[in-house]
Design a protein around this ligand. Structure first.
Ligand SMILES: CC(C)(COP(=O)(O)OP(=O)(O)OC[C@H]1O[C@@H](n2cnc3c(N)ncnc32)[C@H](O)[C@@H]1OP(=O)(O)O)[C@@H](O)C(=O)NCCC(=O)NCCS
Length: 192
């Protein structure tokens, strides 16, 4: 399924996107407020994106700038371990040159509309308290603050937990079963 907006195209990730995402996942500026990945963990993360895209229509996917055809970021859901279970968690990330143009809000709004048509439940989103640009996106697309938490139970790594109803609403949306992919369940997918 492809989602088009005025300036962007969102589509399932494909193997041909691997080099671009490994480049992005190993770039400190792209990954600010996120995990530091090396080549191996970046490849594993891209594998996870491919697997998730087979199971969830609004899984993390490339944000392509229509004018240039360039992948300028991603948005969609990944898996997060939270309170002893695995849940869907929404994330977004843009290359620095694409920030400050309203593109994150445009992409997230469009993909959330697909999620709203697809599922009913409640979506999680984790944002560091000082990450104002990300919190601004969350506010604009309908997430609201739920509670504080700590990454890996570490008081030095606080995070805000936000939620948004999806479709008709309901309980937190759980991660899908991994059995159908033939791949092992990812151990812990932490920061987006
Ligand atoms: C978080 C992140 C994706 C936000 O991207 P962004 O481009 O700043 O987000 P937005 O889409 O909200 O656009 C921001 C600004 O662009 C401006 N803008 C410029 N042209 C615009 C247009 N045509 N339409 C709408 N807004 C426009 C707006 O003023 C908007 O600011 P506002 O919040 O005051 O409305 C980006 O900062 C990022 O990638 N950060 C690093 C990774 C990260 O932190 N990810 C989240 C982890 S939780």
């Amino acid at each position: 399924m492809t989602v088009e907006t005025e300036r962007l195209l969102l589509r399932r990730p494909v193997e041909a996107d691997r080099n671009r995402f490994v480049e992005l996942f190993t770039d400190d500026e792209f990954m600010v407020y996120g995990a530091r990945l090396n080549i191996d963990s970046a490849n594993a993360r891209f594998d996870h994106m491919l697997d998730m895209s087979e199971l969830v229509a609004y899984a993390k996917q490339p944000i392509v700038e229509r004018a240039s055809g360039t992948i300028v970021g991603y948005t969609g859901v990944g898996v997060i371990s939270f309170d002893g279970a695995e849940y869907l968690e929404w994330g977004w990330r843009l290359v620095p040159a694409a920030r400050g143009k309203g593109l994150a809000t445009e992409a997230v709004t469009a993909l959330l509309a697909l999620a709203d048509r697809t599922d009913d439940g409640k979506m999680l989103c984790f944002i560091e308290p000082e990450n104002a640009p990300s919190r601004s996106v969350a506010d604009k697309v309908g997430f609201h603050w739920w509670k504080h938490a700590e990454w890996n139970g570490d008081a030095d790594e606080p995070t805000d937990v936000l939620v948004r109803p999806i479709g008709a609403g309901g309980p937190l949306l759980r991660a899908p079963s991994w059995q159908s992919t033939g791949n092992p369940s990812p151990s812990v997918i932490s920061r987006t």
